[in-house]
Design a protein around this ligand. Structure first.
Ligand SMILES: Cc1cc2nc3c(=O)[nH]c(=O)nc-3n(C[C@H](O)[C@H](O)[C@H](O)COP(=O)(O)O)c2cc1C
Length: 342
């Protein structure tokens, strides 16, 4: 199985709901939410791609880096490279029934574990979505990071119990889903949180010995508030451009978030990362790890767990190659010096 075969299989299964483009850049699917696109004009999705494309690496050729270290730990979880499969919820709904929720979640969870990384798991109005993901994680000894929607305290806590029972060690909440039209259309809108609400959410996690992540941070001030509320890490993310049109690319806002909280909480980032080279750019800006969403969906649909493993192996090879080419011996040592300053 190679990437072309995986893409061809995925393309035939999804029947036009995703075009499976050579580079997944948000142009063909602009406005397709539900679907795989970005909201409105699709600008936020495209801004993620453009912000990464605008960064340039500096080749360094005179050094002794031959086999760079890509391994790392994030919130107590070992990773073969600083990469997590992003949570993708309602895949069946978003792709017109092309794949079952169960087959999809199993492919990403099992594939990620086989490749030495971990998959994040989604939550949705339909309770079954989270139950399925957690069952997959339970079968892998709790290896999965569930992201619970920011529901009201009671249903939020119920799901937190389910996460703890599945044996997971880290849980998150995608706070930016307050902008998801799919939730409000289904009669289950979610609302912004106060700093006090956040403290309550972090406490619920900590009482169950879970580390707590907030996903969807795009402003340094929000990152600071998360830190003060006891949150253990953030994901700089605009939800793949699905919740608000005309938002900056995540690589544009990451440096200010890094200046505000680096070293005091884990900093993850996602949005438009399409190669190991993009991954290294995000590390150079100060991220501790990244998430990749849509390309893994295509890999899992077209190739199951094997597709997820293949995709991860490609990212690892590209990352290692880019580290040799920039003289970076260890992902922990990636920094702004790898980038060409214009
Ligand atoms: C169809 C679809 C469903 C998604 N569902 C969720 C979800 O349930 N929870 C969540 O935190 N993010 C969700 N996301 C956002 C992704 O986790 C991630 O932030 C985004 O896709 C990353 O950008 P990329 O796809 O460009 O790599 C979803 C994205 C897509 C495309």
């Amino acid at each position: 199985m190679n990437i072309k075969e995986i893409h061809d299989t995925a393309r035939s299964l999804v029947k036009g709901t995703c075009r499976v483009c050579p580079v997944c850049d948000g142009r063909a699917c602009a406005g397709e939410v539900p679907g795989m696109g970005g909201a409105g004009s699709g600008a936020s999705f495209r801004n993620n791609i453009a912000a990464l494309a605008a960064l340039r690496l500096t080749p360094r050729l005179i050094h002794s880096v031959r086999q760079p270290r890509t391994e790392t730990w994030i919130l107590g979880i070992p990773l073969a490279l600083p990469l997590i499969v992003g949570p993708i919820g309602g895949i069946s709904f978003n792709l017109g029934g092309a794949v079952s929720e169960e087959a999809y979640q199993r492919a990403v969870v099992d594939g990620a574990v086989q490749a030495g990384i971990i998959a994040a798991l989604p939550d949705a109005v339909v309770k079954e979505v989270m139950r399925i993901g957690l069952e997959c994680a339970r079968r892998q000894g709790g290896r999965g990071i569930p992201f619970i929607k920011p529901w009201e305290p009671e249903p939020f806590e119920e799901k937190m119990d389910m996460v703890a029972e599945a044996g997971c060690s880290v849980v998150g909440s995608d706070l930016d889903s307050i902008g998801l039209i799919t939730l409000s259309r289904m009669g289950h809108p979610v609302y912004p949180k106060s700093p006090r609400d956040l403290e309550g959410m972090a406490d619920m996690a900590h009482k169950r010995s879970l580390k707590f992540l907030i996903k969807g941070i795009m402003a340094a001030e929000d990152a600071r508030i998360c830190l003060e509320a006891g949150v253990d890490g953030i994901v700089v993310s605009n939800h793949g451009g699905r919740v608000l049109d005309h938002v900056a690319g995540t690589a544009e806002v990451l440096p200010s978030v890094v200046s505000a909280v680096k070293g005091r909480m884990a900093i993850l980032v996602d949005g438009g990362i399409r190669s190991g080279v993009d991954l290294l750019k995000m590390l150079a800006l100060g991220a501790d790890a990244v998430m990749i969403g849509r390309p893994y969906s295509v890999a899992a649909i077209g190739g199951g767990a094997e597709g997820v493993v293949l995709c991860t192996d490609i990212y690892r090879e590209q990352l290692a190659q880019a580290m040799v080419m920039t003289g970076c011996p260890d992902v922990a040592q990636a920094g702004r010096h790898l980038l060409h300053q214009r």
